[in-house]
Design a protein around this ligand. Structure first.
Ligand code: GSH
Length: 241
């Protein structure tokens, strides 16, 4: 059994997809980020970074105590190694998978995250960062389109944890006004991955479906909600001891 500390954002969704794909037993513990449910000492024991998602493996392979894992890319890698699935065993295949996984974690996620912030969550429109991150968000999707014109999946012939990491982020592109219909190889892959039963189970699951508050094009947050997500309350969580 695995505890999934969850919010239905792209980073959360990739872990829900992996748990479904790997047919692991898991229990979802949902957090309301707007209400600051992640900013407390109990959750900090699981994730010192006070962010979602995180897991606790209650049945680790070494037979030891429950094992917490944070950072969604590290979680995917942990689960792939635990189950021996979705990460090629040969060194080249493994490396290509990890290249795309790290690219998602260091590039696609942070850059799209900033684009979502400035285009959707910022209380007013700032032209410079909006343009900078919108351009970078589009550029990264074009990188994906280029790769997926060469290969069926990101790591090559086989679907892997790299696809699980990237797919939910591409799903959010429409919210930042990017139409992926103009990127044919990427569109083909989005459809193909989206048709997988495990992906559909994660997206439509009773506890993992994306609530409307995360899909508003322009989110209007109360000062308290903004503070929990981006401001003083989030900063204060770093002082919890
Ligand atoms: N690199 C981290 C990013 C985690 C992250 O930023 N999570 C967001 C939700 S997707 C969060 O918890 N935000 C709440 C906050 O910053 O207060 C990962 O991939 O796990």
């Amino acid at each position: 059994m695995i505890d999934l500390h969850y919010v239905a954002t792209a980073n959360g969704m990739k872990v829900a997809i992996a748990l479904q794909e790997m047919a692991l037993d898991y229990r979802v513990i949902n957090y309301d980020l707007f209400a600051g449910a992640h900013l407390n000492a109990r959750f900090k024991q699981i994730n010192p970074n006070n962010k979602l998602p995180a897991i606790v493996d209650l049945d680790p392979t070494d037979g030891g105590a429950p094992f917490p894992v944070f950072e969604s890319g590290a979680i995917l890698l942990y689960l792939a190694e635990k189950t021996g699935q979705f990460l090629p065993a040969d060194s080249r295949g493994r490396s290509v998978t990890l290249q795309w996984l790290f690219w998602q974690m260091a590039g696609l996620g942070p850059m799209h995250g900033q684009a979502h912030h400035f285009l959707r969550y910022a209380p007013e429109r700032f032209d410079y960062p909006s343009k900078r991150y919108a351009n970078e968000a589009l550029r990264l999707l074009k990188v994906l389109d280029y790769r997926l014109a060469q290969a069926e999946y990101l790591a090559g012939d086989e679907y892997s944890i790299a696809d699980m990491a990237v797919w939910p982020w591409v799903g959010g592109a429409a919210l930042i006004d990017i139409d992926i219909a103009e990127l044919p190889a990427l569109s083909r892959w989005v459809k193909q991955v989206g048709e997988r039963p495990a992906v559909q189970a994660a997206v439509e699951g009773k506890q993992t479906a994306v609530p409307g508050e995360y899909t508003q094009k322009h989110a209007v947050l109360t000062p308290e909600q903004w503070s929990n997500m981006f401001g003083e309350n989030l900063l204060a969580a770093s002082d919890i001891r």
